[in-house]
Design a binder for this molecule. Structure first.
Ligand code: ZN
Length: 383
C-alpha cells in the first residue's frame, strides 16, 4: 500500500472519529489480519478450535470487522462449559454450531462471562436461545451489575451516528463511512473485495444489534463457584479487581488450564475500565494456581507464566511512571511523550514487546501505548 493511502485513511479517521482516530490507526495495523480472513476461499468459520488438553478446547476468534473474543471450552461428562460469549448472539450461535460439529453433541449447560465488556457478553442471548432455561450464565456479582448498567447504553453509542462510543467499542457508522470512502477510490480487485466484505460485516452487526436487549448472568457469586464433574473440577474464581471490577477466571486443576478473559491476554491490555494499581496483584494471585496453559480473551493460547508476568510487569511499570508524572504535576501529553515503547522495560523483556506489537509500525505502537497511558492516567483519578 502506498504512503498516500495510509495518510489519507488516518486523515479520514481523524475526520470521522475525532479523538478516537488514534484507535483507527491502531485498527489499520490489524488490516492485514482481517484481509487474510476476508480473502475469497478463506475459512468461513468464525473460530479456529484447538485442543488445549483432554476435553479442553481453545476457540481462537478469527479477525472480524467487529471483534469477537476467544472462548475456552470445557467438556464435562454430560455437558459443556463455555468461557465468554463474543460480541453478538449470531457469533455465539456460530460457535455452538462449531462445538457440535467439531467437538461434542453435549449441550452447553454453563456459560461464564469473565467480565462485562461487550465483546465477552453480548452473545449471552445466543446461548440462552439455544439452550433455554437449563443454561446457567455465571459471573461475579460486580459483572452482573456492570452489564445491567453499561451494556445497552454503550451499545447504543456505538451504533448511533452521533454517538460517542466507549474506547475499544467500535463506532459502527463511522467505520462504515470510512470503509465506503475507501471503496469508492479502491482500484485493486482484491482490495475492493476486502472492503466489500468489511462493509457487509459492519452492516450485518448493525442490523443484528439494532433492537438488542442484554441477557444478564443468572448465577452470581462473591469469590468462588465450583462445579465438580466426573470429568474434572471447574473453579470459577474472583481474585481481585483487574481489567474491570468483576473479572473472574475459570481454572481446571486436573487439566491444568486457566481461562482468564482479558485479565491476561496475548495482546496489549486494555485499561479504560481497569484498576491499574490492583491488576498486577490480581495476576500474582492467579499465577499461584497450578496450570500449564492460559486461555486469554484475545491473542493466542499461552504456555506457562512468562507472558502473564510480562503483562503484569508492563501494567505495573506503566502505572508507576504515570503516577510519578502525575505527582510531579506533568500533563498527560507530556507523560506520553516521555514514555516511548523503547523506554518501557517490560516491552523489551522476554519478547513481550514483539508479541503485543502485532504488526504495528513505530507510530501505531506509540499510539497504542499512548492509549494505555491515557487510560491509566484517568483511572488513577477515578478508582
Ligand atoms: Zn475483550
Amino acid at each position: 500500500m502506498c504512503r498516500h493511502a495510509v495518510s489519507r485513511r488516518d486523515f479520514l479517521g481523524q475526520l470521522v472519529l475525532g479523538p478516537a482516530g488514534a484507535s483507527l490507526l491502531e485498527r489499520a495495523s490489524h488490516r492485514a489480519a482481517w484481509a487474510q480472513t476476508m480473502t475469497p476461499g478463506a475459512p468461513t468459520d468464525l473460530f479456529e478450535i484447538r485442543s488445549a488438553a483432554e476435553g479442553v478446547y481453545f476457540a481462537f476468534a478469527r479477525p472480524q470487522a467487529v471483534t469477537n473474543c476467544n472462548a475456552a471450552i470445557f467438556v464435562n461428562s454430560a455437558d459443556v462449559l463455555v468461557v465468554d460469549a463474543h460480541s453478538k448472539p449470531s457469533a455465539a450461535a456460530a460457535l455452538i454450531a462449531q462445538i457440535r460439529k467439531q467437538i461434542t453433541p453435549k449441550p452447553v449447560r454453563y456459560l461464564v462471562d469473565t467480565h462485562f465488556h461487550w465483546d465477552h457478553s453480548q452473545g449471552n442471548a445466543g446461548y440462552r436461545d439455544a439452550f433455554g432455561k437449563d443454561l446457567k450464565i455465571i459471573a461475579s456479582e460486580a459483572t452482573k451489575k456492570l452489564e445491567a448498567q453499561f451494556t445497552a447504553a454503550r451499545l447504543r453509542e456505538s451504533l448511533d451516528p452521533h454517538g460517542h462510543p466507549f474506547p475499544s467499542q467500535p463506532h459502527v457508522p463511522a467505520l462504515l463511512e470510512v470503509a465506503r470512502q475507501q471503496l469508492s477510490t479502491a482500484t485493486r480487485p482484491e482490495e475492493k473485495a476486502q472492503l466489500e466484505e468489511r462493509i457487509r460485516q459492519l452492516e450485518s452487526f448493525s442490523r443484528e444489534m439494532q433492537n438488542f436487549e442484554p441477557v444478564l448472568p443468572t448465577v452470581t457469586f462473591d469469590t468462588a463457584y465450583v462445579i465438580r464433574d466426573k470429568a474434572h473440577d471447574l473453579h470459577v474464581e474472583f481474585h481481585g479487581r483487574a481489567h474491570t471490577a468483576g473479572d473472574v477466571v475459570v481454572f481446571c486443576p486436573q487439566k491444568r488450564v486457566v481461562a482468564t478473559g482479558d485479565m491476561v491476554l496475548g495482546t496489549l491490555p486494555f485499561l479504560a475500565d481497569s484498576y491499574p494499581k490492583e491488576w498486577p496483584r490480581t495476576i500474582d494471585s492467579v499465577a499461584k494456581l497450578d496450570f500449564d496453559y492460559v486461555a486469554g480473551g484475545h491473542g493466542d493460547l499461552q504456555h506457562g507464566r512468562q507472558r502473564m508476568m510480562s503483562q503484569r510487569n508492563y501494567i505495573e511499570e506503566l502505572t508507576e511512571r504515570v503516577e510519578a508524572g502525575k505527582r510531579a504535576g506533568r500533563p498527560l501529553s507530556e507523560i506520553q511523550k516521555s514514555m516511548t515503547p523503547a523506554s518501557i522495560q517490560a516491552l523489551r523483556a522476554d519478547g513481550y514487546g514483539e508479541l503485543v506489537r502485532a504488526g504495528r509500525d513505530e507510530a501505531a505502537m506509540q499510539a497504542a501505548v499512548n492509549t494505555n497511558i491515557e487510560h491509566v492516567f484517568r483511572r488513577l483519578a477515578e478508582s
